[in-house]
Structures are given as structure tokens and as C-alpha cells.
Write a protein that binds this ligand. Structure first.
Ligand code: NAP
Length: 248
């Protein structure tokens, strides 16, 4: 039996990297997938075709996660076109790294808006239908950096730590409605976001990880399938570290 049969998922930021991996694994587990992106139209069209080939309904929406009204519009459209919203994965995120001395106000605000406010926007947009269904699973993509902090990433760390507080509060507020909300804290996952790092930095990171490798989008996608499915029906308000043991 497929773990996500008859469920509809919204996944933000799925044209590449971790979000794409989640969309593929969800579709393979039988979920219908509505995914978003910011600007990569061609990648979105290709992903839509790929997901459809797994025999599920799939559609990409160009929707800026940082925009409150766009999130409302997205949820309305998905509900009309798919009939329900059972799972939300708040995955869209960016980095604008710099030392605090050099970071601009604009780069601080942008990271908070796209990484943290987006989680508020999308969650608020889906809780009404989830409350009506008396069921839902929300998964928020935090980071090891949100748990631990990181020099040169004050904006990113603040956004990802903010997600953890938001996640626990939603779990407390909506548990009685059978809506679960959990966070995943990926460690060092090798995607385009990390591809720009110098090779010796990357090697140093790999060597310091107990499992001796960077993670893959699939490693994160597997954890998302678990938290999205009824296998995790009694788990809410948690942060799952998927980091090869980095925080151990
Ligand atoms: P990525 O490869 O850079 O992909 C980011 C995705 O988000 C793209 O599909 C992008 O769409 C979309 N996106 C960006 N801004 C958006 C917006 N305003 N509205 C909607 N979609 C937007 O990133 P990734 O490495 O897969 O990371 C995914 C998530 O995991 C992020 O939240 C990141 O912080 C978190 N994370 C990553 C790592 C890591 O090591 N990679 C570690 C911990 C946590 P376009 O293509 O259209 O721009």
C-alpha cells in the first residue's frame, strides 16, 4: 500500500533541490501534488510532467511564498482543483549570507520574509480547510543552523529558529483539531543552495559529519513522507534532525 494514497499535498519551492525530492517521493507514494516556485517556469513544467507520469494529479503554481495574498489565492485554487488539502510542506527558502557587520537591512528582511513569514502565510491559508476535515499534517523546513546558530548566517539562523517556535505553537493550538505540525532540521544537504560553497569547506563539513557524507534531497524526502503519513499520527510539535548525526 502507498503511504500517501488519496492525500493532497502543497509543497512550496519544489522546482529543485529538497522540494523537488519531496514532490517526487510524495507522488511515488500516491499523493496528489500541488507545488509552488518563484521564477523557474521551465523546471516547473518539467516537474509537473514527471509527477503526472507516476499516475497522480500534479500542478505547479508560480506563487511567491512571502506574499500573504498570494498564499490565500493558492490555497483557494488548490482546494478548487484538487478537492482537499491534507499536507502542507513549507520548504521554500533562500540564503543571503554575510557577517553581521556587513549584512544590509534589506538582506535581513528578505530572508525573514521568504523563510519565516512564508510559513505563517501558507499555514494560515490551509488551516481552515484542514480544520473542516479534522485532519492535517504541516511540515516546516527549518535547519541545523536554526537549532545551533552559525557565524555568517544571522538572518538565516533567525528565520529558521523562528520556524521552530512557530511549529511548536501551531502544534499546541491545533492539536485538538487533529492537525499536526512538525519541523525538519536538515544538516548539510547537497543541492544548488550549497553548490556554491568552496570545495575545501564542503570536504571539511563532510569529514565532520558522523555518517561521513552530505545528505541528499532524498534523505529529507523520506523523513517528510513519514511526517506526512499516518505512520506519524501521534507525533506533533517535534523537530526531526536529519543531519547524519551532526548535532550529536
Ligand atoms: P534550493 O535548491 O535553493 O531551492 C529553493 C526552492 O525554493 C526553489 O524551488 C525556488 O524556486 C523556491 N523559492 C525560492 N524563493 C521562493 C519564493 N519566494 N516563493 C516560492 N518559492 C521560492 O534550496 P534547497 O537547498 O533545496 O533548500 C530547501 C529548503 O531546505 C530551504 O528552506 C532551506 O533553507 C532548507 N535547508 C537546506 C539545507 C541545505 O543544505 N541545502 C540545509 C538545511 C535547510 P525558483 O526555482 O523559482 O527560485
Amino acid at each position: 500500500m502507498k503511504l500517501l494514497e488519496n492525500k493532497t499535498a502543497i509543497i512550496t519551492g519544489a522546482t529543485r533541490g529538497i522540494g523537488k525530492g519531496i514532490a517526487e517521493f510524495f507522488a511515488k507514494q500516491g499523493a496528489n501534488v500541488a507545488f509552488t516556485y518563484n521564477s523557474s517556469v521551465d523546471a516547473a513544467n518539467a516537474l509537473e510532467k514527471e509527477l503526472n507520469s507516476y499516475g497522480v494529479k500534479a500542478k505547479g503554481y508560480q506563487s511567491n511564498a512571502a506574499n500573504f495574498d498570494a498564499a490565500q489565492e493558492l490555497a483557494k485554487n488548490v482546494l478548487e482543483e484538487f478537492g482537499s488539502i491534507d499536507i502542507l510542506v513549507n520548504n521554500a527558502g533562500i540564503t543571503k549570507d554575510n557577517l553581521l557587520m556587513r549584512i544590509s537591512e534589506e538582506d535581513f528582511d528578505k530572508v525573514i520574509e521568504i523563510n519565516l513569514k512564508s510559513v505563517f502565510n501558507l499555514t494560515k491559508a490551509v488551516i481552515r480547510p484542514m480544520m473542516k476535515q479534522r485532519k492535517g499534517s504541516i511540515i516546516n523546513m527549518s535547519s541545523v543552523v536554526g537549532v545551533k546558530g552559525n557565524a555568517g548566517q544571522t538572518n538565516y539562523a533567525a528565520s529558521k529558529a523562528g520556524i521552530l517556535g512557530f511549529t511548536k505553537s501551531v502544534a499546541l493550538e491545533l492539536g485538538s483539531r487533529n492537525i499536526r505540525c512538525n519541523a525538519i532540521a536538515p544538516g548539510f544537504i547537497e543541492t544548488e543552495m550549497t553548490a556554491s560553497l568552496p570545495e575545501d569547506t564542503v570536504k571539511g563539513w563532510r569529514d565532520a559529519i558522523p555518517l561521513k557524507r552530505g545528505g541528499s534531497p532524498e534523505d529529507i524526502a523520506n523523513a517528510c513522507v513519514f511526517l506526512a503519513s499516518d505512520m506519524s499520527a501521534y507525533i506533533t510539535g517535534q523537530t526531526l534532525n536529519v543531519d547524519g548525526g551532526m548535532l550529536t
